[in-house]
Design a protein around this ligand. Structure first.
Ligand code: AGP
Length: 596
């Protein structure tokens, strides 16, 4: 949930660390801190956003250091609890992402040995453990300290007198950036893109020593690991706002291109290079959280339609409680970050149960990609806004590709069907562009409804999960209470909540659900709630039922979730903007959720 950066090099570390840290602010932003090693170990922390740290910190001289932006999980968001955390003698500074689950026991035993604590955090035990294990070699001290730690972590440690940063990873992302006469460390590649695009991803159980000229990685047993660096194709521009007021808006507008990138070179080669050849599975189970779960729910309709393969969808954190069935499903784990701990745990459980696994991820080299048998990258580029937008739409593209792949294998899809699918997929960027061209109209609607306290989203069939996703986007960034329902469920309870102050967004594209959707819209209108409908261009009927209508290009209903969700993303965005919300960094939530 937090962001870590480290620097080992020939330049002054302070500004570089701060610069990299700012790119991670979306991971956590209740406090931050920096430690620089020069003639001595200098440490400065503050409560609040990184801007507060920047404006209050003294000049710190030295070319090695670590920094951290925090989203509190253990201990309140205060300056004392901000990272880096030091030991009793202020010789060791530690930054940490994750949770040390046995920290209470460790704290007690360290206190008995005479250590004094200055924060409420679990992290601080680690600085004291390193202090007590240190015999002149920082990496060895970290390795020995780790032997006493249970939990999840990405650690970075510096000490006075050593020109190095030592890092350790277990279930929390860490990547080493390779430079010329300098090396970097971060919890996320986007932090480092200004300085390098040559990355080495650390794996669980590894410890690394990073100096200005060398990187040494050791595995759990202390053996040296040789790993080829990967060149990341994302540019700095990809990770910056490019003139948009918010990353979220930029990312919404990048969607036509993201869809295009996601398909590039794939649709044509599916037949010659299927994802899964001769696969011994009779069903699919999709597992994910949040927006990725909604992509999974939408994927169920797509996979069943295209391949006739029975598909179930489960929330990652619930998978472990399910009973292993006699079925042997193909397990598809969807996670844009590739680091969501609940989804990682589900991937491990699926493997333990002997299932074949596929990951749908956006971040190259992320944890999930090393946990599964096969990866489908969504190629959306870096997504910085906490609200998932372009990663969701490209997850849907991955579902279409997977559906086609399975459909060809199960023979549910003919050659003619495949040609038509490819044509429809290629039309998607245009359908999305049409929606983007209506941004002003959607903004006007958002202004009209921005004082709503509750908003309801309804749809049927494949647009039911899109209603759920529209509601999630709305509550996440505008703080309006949003709920999504299958439209047919309204009369089984939710109708009781309707009033003139609770607008209802209804997805009513012309498919086999259309007539029923008109009925639901009438039900809603009769209770006095205003209705915003989303329908196909040329549908003159819909305007007679709804108060406002947004039109999308007429496309086969199976593909309608893509332009429909773009309407709902824009609506949520403009509602949030109108209400003055911190759109890219909504309160209480973080981009990458690496705690269970
Ligand atoms: C999306 O807008 C949310 N921020 C959140 O629900 C997110 O989709 C969820 O945490 C899963 O993340 P992942 O795709 O990185 O696994």
């Amino acid at each position: 949930m937090c962001g870590i950066v480290g620097y080992a090099g020939g330049r002054e570390a302070q500004q570089i660390l701060l610069d990299c840290l700012k790119r991670l602010e979306y991971r956590g932003y209740d406090s931050s801190g920096i430690a620089v090693v020069g003639a001595d170990l200098q440490l400065f922390k503050s409560k609040g956003e990184i801007a507060v740290l920047e404006s209050s910190m003294p000049v710190m001289k030295g070319s090695f250091g670590i920094a951290h932006t925090r989203w509190a999980t253990q201990g309140k968001p205060t300056t004392e609890n901000a990272h880096p955390l030091a030991d009793c003698s202020n010789r060791f500074a530690v930054v940490h992402n994750g949770i040390i689950s046995n920290f209470m026991d460790l704290r007690e035993s360290l206190q008995k040995d005479g250590h004094t604590f200055s924060s409420e955090t679990d992290t601080e035990v680690f600085s004291h453990l390193v202090e007590s294990e240190y015999k002149g070699d920082l990496l060895e001290a970290v390795r020995n300290a780790l032997k006493r730690v249970d939990g999840t972590y990405a650690f970075a440690v510096v000490t006075h007198g050593k020109d190095e940063v030592v890092a350790a990873r277990n279930e929390s992302p860490l990547v080493i950036g390779l430079g010329d006469g300098e090396n970097f460390l971060a919890s996320d590649v986007t932090a480092l893109l200004k300085y390098t695009n040559l990355m080495v991803y650390m794996s669980d159980g590894e410890v690394a020593r990073i100096t200005k000229d060398s990187v040494t990685i050791l595995d759990r047993e202390g053996r040296e690991v040789k790993r080829e660096p990967q060149r990341i194709s994302w540019s700095l521009d990809d990770a910056e706002k490019g003139g948009y007021p918010h990353f979220m808006l930029k990312e919404i507008f990048e969607q036509p291109n993201a869809i295009h990138e996601s398909m590039l070179g794939r649709v044509e080669s599916l037949e010659s290079e299927p994802f899964f050849q001769g696969s011994p599975f009779s069903s699919v189970k999709i597992i994910a959280c949040g927006t990725s779960y909604h992509a999974g729910l939408t994927g169920k309709y797509i996979l069943e339609e295209l391949s006739r393969t029975p598909t179930t969808v489960q929330i990652s954190s619930e998978y472990r409680y399910s009973t292993a069935s006699r079925e042997n499903p193909l397990v598809v784990l969807v996670t844009q970050s590739g680091e969501t701990l609940d989804t990682m745990a589900a991937a491990r459980e699926a493997r333990k149960r002997g299932h074949r696994t596929v990951g749908i991820a956006n971040v190259m080299g992320s944890a999930i990609t090393r946990e599964v048998d096969h990866v489908i990258y969504t190629r959306a580029g870096p997504e910085i806004g906490v609200a998932a937008t372009k990663t969701f739409v490209t997850q849907l593209v991955a579902m279409y590709l997977l559906g086609m792949d399975l459909g060809m294998q199960t023979k549910a899809m003919s050659a003619q069907g495949k040609r038509s699918m490819i044509g429809q997929l290629r039309n998607l960027p245009r359908a999305v562009q049409d929606v983007l061209n209506q941004a002003d109209e959607i903004e006007a609607l958002a202004k009209k409804y921005s004082s709503a306290k509750d908003m309801f989203f309804i749809g049927r069939n494949i647009n039911y999960p899109i209603a759920l996703e529209g509601a999630l986007k709305t509550k996440e960034i505008s703080y309006i209470h949003g709920e999504g329902f299958p439209a047919g469920e309204l009369k089984h309870g939710p109708l009781a909540l309707l009033s003139k102050d609770s607008p209802v967004v209804a997805v009513a594209v012309k498919d086999h659900t259309y007539e029923k959707m008109l009925g639901n819209i009438s039900e809603v209108s009769a209770r006095g709630s205003p209705v915003i409908a989303i329908g196909f261009e040329g549908d003159t009927e819909l305007a007679k039922y709804a108060d406002d209508v947004i039109y999308i290009r007429e496309i086969p209903p199976l593909f309608s979730p893509v332009p429909v969700i773009v309407v709902l993303q824009l609506l949520a965005y403009y509602l949030a903007r109108e209400r003055g919300c911190p759109i890219d960094k909504p309160k209480n939530i973080a981009k990458t959720v690496t705690v269970e």
